[in-house]
Design a protein around this ligand. Structure first.
Ligand SMILES: [Zn+2]
Length: 320
């Protein structure tokens, strides 16, 4: 299955949505479908699960069940044949059917409780989930970071762009073969969008791929000693380990405060472990920065012992 269909599969499987979110999701699917006006309400899709979702959320939100037919080629065509029914659905979303252009009416995202200090409610996520199911696609993150909504109408696409940028996502607009495309290439914004929509596993997959790429990058950089940043990291790790070895040689470690002693011993036993892993190994778990702080202290203790020994040695030399 492609990454795009994995995302859709994950979004379709979200259950137990509150009524406010079912309403918002239906609005997203209908508004970003093929048509949404008094003359036609329709969607074409080759994904049977999306067709089913379109039917069920529309019915739950408006009481009208869209009609579905399947072509020989396996394309699902959804529509609401009766004008009376279409008017009912439109009025459910405060539309008259005479709108000159389609817009996003945020009044349809019923629950406007703001959470996490962000300008975002449960319904915003459900709405975008619906929109993505109707008109979204994403590239395989192993190849490139790209997610997009293909929107037939300019004004509607600009409303969507505004909504995404309001969340701080780095979304952009382009026209491709006469259709408006709202897209994101920034990997963190893609992760955020997937998280907002509720596709947590897909967001995690992108993060994992990024970590894998980072590690591969680091391995390449390891072979390139020209790279200052990487050798700085290596130098710091080397300095810390040699400082601890020095303290051990001088028999200082058993005399250290318990937390420093523990970090020093863990570092010697696990020279390859990351700071985070060392923090996990501690008897009382420590954060990465707490571990780093203690390692720095160990380096400074070892430096001060070294310095005092050197000055003793030079005084002795002066005495000669
Ligand atoms: Zn909601």
């Amino acid at each position: 299955m492609s990454f795009s269909s994995n995302i859709k599969d994950e979004l379709i499987k979200i259950e137990n949505m509150p009524d406010c979110c079912i309403h918002a999701m239906a609005y997203g699917m209908l508004l970003f479908g093929r048509s949404f006006n008094s003359g036609a309400i329709s969607l074409m899709t080759d994904n049977g699960n999306i067709a089913q979702k379109y039917m069920s959320v529309t019915e739950k939100a408006s009481g009208i069940l869209p009609f579905c037919s399947v072509s020989d080629a396996g394309k699902y065509s959804l529509e609401i044949p009766s004008k009376e029914d279409r008017m009912k659905v439109l009025s459910e979303f405060s539309m008259s059917g005479n709108e000159r252009t389609l817009r996003i009416d945020r009044g349809n995202l019923l629950n406007d409780t703001v959470y996490d200090g962000e300008n975002l409610s449960c319904c915003d996520g459900a709405f975008l989930r619906g929109a993505f199911l109707s008109c979204g696609t994403a590239s395989d993150p192993n190849k490139s970071y790209h997610i997009e909504f293909v929107v037939p109408f300019k004004t509607l696409s600009m409303d969507l762009l505004k909504m995404l940028t309001d969340y701080g996502l780095k979304a952009k607009h382009m026209v491709r073969r006469y259709v408006n495309v709202i897209y994101i290439k920034d990997s963190e914004s893609i992760e955020d969008l997937l998280t907002i929509m509720g596709a947590y596993n897909s967001a995690m997959e992108i993060m994992n791929i990024k970590i894998y790429k980072d590690v591969r990058n680091l391995t390449n950089r390891r072979n390139n000693f020209e790279n200052a940043n990487f050798s700085k990291t290596v130098d710091a790790a080397y300095d810390q380990l040699s400082a601890i070895m020095y303290l051990e040689e001088k028999g200082v470690i058993p005399t250290l405060e318990p937390d420093l002693k523990e970090i020093a011993e863990l570092r010697i036993d696990n020279p390859e472990a990351s700071l985070r892993e060392i923090g996990e190994l501690c008897s009382i778990k420590m954060s990465r920065s707490a571990v780093n702080y203690r390692l720095k202290r160990l380096v400074s203790i070892s430096n001060s012992i070294k310095n005092s020994e050197e000055s003793d040695a030079s005084e002795a030399k002066d005495d000669e």
